[in-house]
Design a protein around this ligand. Structure first.
Ligand SMILES: Cc1cc2nc3c(=O)[nH]c(=O)nc-3n(C[C@H](O)[C@H](O)[C@H](O)COP(=O)(O)OP(=O)(O)OC[C@H]3O[C@@H](n4cnc5c(N)ncnc54)[C@H](O)[C@@H]3O)c2cc1C
Length: 469
């Protein structure tokens, strides 16, 4: 094979990362892209999501940003408030995000983002979806021959041979499990000790209350913070829905975590957790119909030694799950997809050199790992600061909020802090790949160890930290 576009690309999972991978490869001209998804269709979780400029930049390249943007809220300010009093600790105006970074910071419905990606995929004849199909195991990681086993929901399991296998199968990734097991490495999922309620209130629920209507009609993303807890809220879906996402100690999953880490929460438990928050918050939580409280357990794992083995690479939450406090999880997964398509199409040999393909995947890891680790760490740091209880540390935090309000200095909520926004939002993952692929590729030496247990992917790299954020 001398044309990389003839490579067979197999993607496991049709979440944000998997859809992004499929679309990215199709846009680069790849002709054979197969996506395997456990679910019988894309049943999107009913929840909001923040659409940061670095994500929009990638989506726009693929021609699917305009439709998503048309339904989104263009956020012009963020406001951090004390949960108990509703007192504003800091108000960060963001009127010029689009001018600064080329794209606005928006909020939208998850269905709008995933739907936009999926519609983009459906226009590409090279992408084939296989629903109700789960990856069961990986029989061979390449680089010579990559074979995995697919289990249909109804029917006999069968083997698939591919050239590149991408594990975009989320926090419970079977691809990650197989890859780490083969290398004799550990990577157990960890509890973060935190859980989230996801709530969506409709315009008809809020429109009779002027105080709530003002929130729904605003262009502000709000955060109410308190000890060990906070709530993020913003309008989505052309301001027909007000989305609230909470974060609190995870106490309700101790008994029986479900496969998806979600559970039907108890309304009274939720009201109890936020019982000392301001009446405006209480009013909204009270509007949630009994039986419709959805709680998610927030999971993570420590940074992996490798994301790549032979012709297999991990994507999104399968390799860098994050707490949601920086609103970058899906953005990172989407960037991963874009970078993967770039590196594979640049591998020397046009697809015929298997080792070059494996090295190209390793360049993807080098391009992505430091940046995603940094963002994951910043999200965790935000949580520590936002969730402080009474005491000196909280006083210092609130002083920094006040300074930030007056002077534009860094503020403890990384998501709203202008210098963190600059670092995250200005980043163009495709340009970065373009500029650094050759240099990083040249640093990779040694033989791939697709068959050797007990070691990471055998390429060594003089600049393992080669990613500047
Ligand atoms: C409360 C909360 C709020 C968040 N807010 C934001 C935000 O505002 N902005 C943002 O950018 N990110 C946000 N995120 C993060 C974001 O949702 C995730 O990081 C992102 O969805 C990860 O995408 P993924 O494709 O890697 O994984 P997933 O979305 O989990 O997709 C994995 C897919 O793989 C499928 N699958 C699993 N196993 C198999 C198998 N063996 N075979 C076949 N298919 C399989 C699953 O069914 C699923 O469809 C938030 C997360 C949480 C929990």
């Amino acid at each position: 094979m001398s044309d990389y576009r003839d490579l067979r690309i197999s993607v496991i999972g049709a979440g944000m990362g998997g859809l992004a991978c499929a679309l990215a490869f199709a846009k680069k001209g790849f002709k054979h892209i197969d996506v395997y998804e456990t679910a019988s269709n894309l049943g999107f979780v009913g929840a909001g999501i923040q659409l940061a400029p670095n994500m929009a930049r990638v989506l726009d390249r693929w021609g699917c940003w305009d439709g998503i943007f048309a339904e989104a809220t263009n956020i012009k300010a963020s406001s951090i408030r004390e949960g108990s009093s509703n007192r504003e600790l800091v108000h960060v105006q963001m009127p010029d995000i689009a001018e600064k970074y080329g794209y606005p910071h928006c909020t939208g419905h998850r269905a709008s983002l995933a739907g936009g990606l999926y519609e983009g995929c459906k226009k590409e004849p090279s992408i084939k979806f296989h629903f109700s199909m789960s990856l069961a195991d990986i029989k061979s990681f390449g680089p010579d021959k990559t074979v995995f086993k697919v289990q249909p929901r109804h029917g006999e399991a069968y083997d698939v041979e591919t050239d590149i296998l991408l594990g975009a199968d989320g926090i419970k990734s079977a691809v990650r499990t197989a890859l780490l097991r083969t290398l004799n490495l550990s990577g157990d999922v960890e509890d973060t000790g935190q859980a989230a309620y996801r709530i969506m209130l409709t315009r008809s629920q809020m429109e009779h209350d002027p105080e709530l209507l003002e929130l729904l009609d605003s262009d502000v993303a709000l955060r109410w913070i308190g000890e060990k807890r906070h709530i993020v809220a913003y309008p989505i879906s052309n301001k027909t829905i007000y989305n609230l996402s909470t974060c609190q100690p995870d106490v309700n999953f101790a008994e029986a975590p479900s496969i998806t880490y979600t559970t039907r929460g108890s309304k009274s438990a939720m009201l109890n957790v936020y019982g000392d928050f301001h009446p405006i918050v209480q009013k909204m939580l009270n509007m949630v119909p009994e039986g419709e409280v959805c709680e998610w357990r927030l999971r993570s794992h420590s940074p992996l030694d490798t994301w790549v083995l032979g012709s297999v690479a991990l994507v999104g939450d399968s390799c860098h799950p994050t707490l949601p406090h920086l609103s970058q999880g899906a953005a990172m997964a989407i960037e991963d997809g874009a970078v993967l398509a770039e590196v594979v199409s640049r591998a020397p040999g046009g697809g015929s050199d298997r080792e070059a393909l494996s090295k190209a995947l390793k360049v993807y890891e080098l391009l992505r790992k430091d940046r995603t680790t940094l963002l994951v760490d910043l999200a965790a740091a935000s949580a520590r600061s936002l969730h402080l209880g009474e005491g000196k540390a909280k006083e210092e935090r609130d002083r920094q909020f006040a300074m930030g309000m007056k002077k534009g200095t860094p503020i403890p909520d990384k998501w709203a802090s202008p210098e963190v926004q600059q670092m995250i939002y200005s980043y163009d993952c495709v340009t970065d790949t373009d500029e650094r692929f050759d240099e990083l590729y040249a640093t990779l030496t040694g033989e791939p160890n697709g068959h050797v247990n007990g070691q990471t992917n055998g390429y060594t790299n003089g600049h393992a930290n080669g990613v500047t954020a």
